[in-house]
Design a protein around this ligand. Sequence first.
Ligand code: NAD
Ligand code: GLY
Length: 359
Amino acid sequence: MKTLHVPLGGRAYDIHIEAGALRRLPALTAAFLTAGEPVAVVSDETVWALYGQTVCEDLRDAGLAFEHILVPPGESSKCMAQLSRLWERFGNMGLGRAGTVVALGGGVVGDLAGFAAATWMRGVGLIQAPTTLLAQVDSAVGGKTAIDIDAGKNLVGAFHQPKSVIIDPRALATLPPREYATGMAEVVKYGAIASADLFARLETEELRENAATDTLRDIIYECCRIKRDVVAGDEFDTGRRMLLNFGHTFGHAIEAKYGYSRYNHGEGVAAGMRIAARIGETLGVTRPGTAQRLSRLLSRYGLDAREGTDGLLPLVRRDKKASGAGVKLALLKEIGAATVQHLSYTELEAALRTLKQVG
Ligand code: NAD
Ligand code: GLY
């Protein structure tokens, strides 16, 4: 078992990472799940079909009163209708201030159930039990929760730190390859922004979903450690946490360009990281050759999405990190080191034009 402590004062918590950790969920969270207090387990239908029965058995054996609430798999469940369904179910099951919500699933379930927990009775306990690589290395850690509305993704949300995060790398064995690859985009991001060692390891080893669980555990640990360090210094995303956004500003714009139907999150981020690295080189912020090395690594993990820069600027202007004056962009200095720079829209437009000219 590897455990990481997230030091956030009264909101501090531990992240437990181990093969088989899901089976130990009641034991690992015993301090938060108390007999007699209702537990709402939120999951999606796909994850529940794979892991629901064992989770139910374990909670029952621990003497816990729980109900499960399922949503359809996919981004469309991160919506107002499902959120309000969760609230109604919480009400019907008598979930009070001492109750707990367990999010069992990928980032969609984590964000939706997390926001439901953040808003129910002004905030109840939340346990994150992420089952996708993306959720294990990113979305389950750090307390961002949200739903999507017509005006954009993740526009309605709250910071709500979990009481505990239970990560079972064995769950990745059932993940479809495309979903594994989307998580690898975030793993590559951590190497690119904060760890040249992790980046080099990804270049030399084949870190597939069927890799030894100890290997996966170590990689997940390293990613969570990097995210923990960043979040501990900037919980509310006003400064350094924006480094985690490397590739995301363009990634979100690319996802939006195709109405969220062509690329999933990680594929958009991969294409966005390619653009951000090249912009960094154009601006003289990023060491030359970095963009090529990053692109090669992304392709190694099946992340081949490449997008031109046409039409991106208006979409970037709608990003949450954008303001009237410009946008704060995470840029690489070199592999393993990053910085946040403010670019006016004129500067960004010029950089995008240069990229277009050099092809
Ligand atoms: P997801 O939750 O939709 O999961 C992807 C698919 O994999 C789903 O169909 C799901 O049913 C299936 N699945 C999940 N676990 C499985 C398993 N172990 N075996 C087989 N299938 C499994 O998508 P995701 O990529 O995990 O998360 C994407 C979401 O995360 C987006 O909404 C994004 O905005 C959000 N996100 C949030 C943060 C944050 O900090 N809160 C960070 C990054 C991304
Ligand atoms: N996924 C970026 C963050 O948590 O800040």
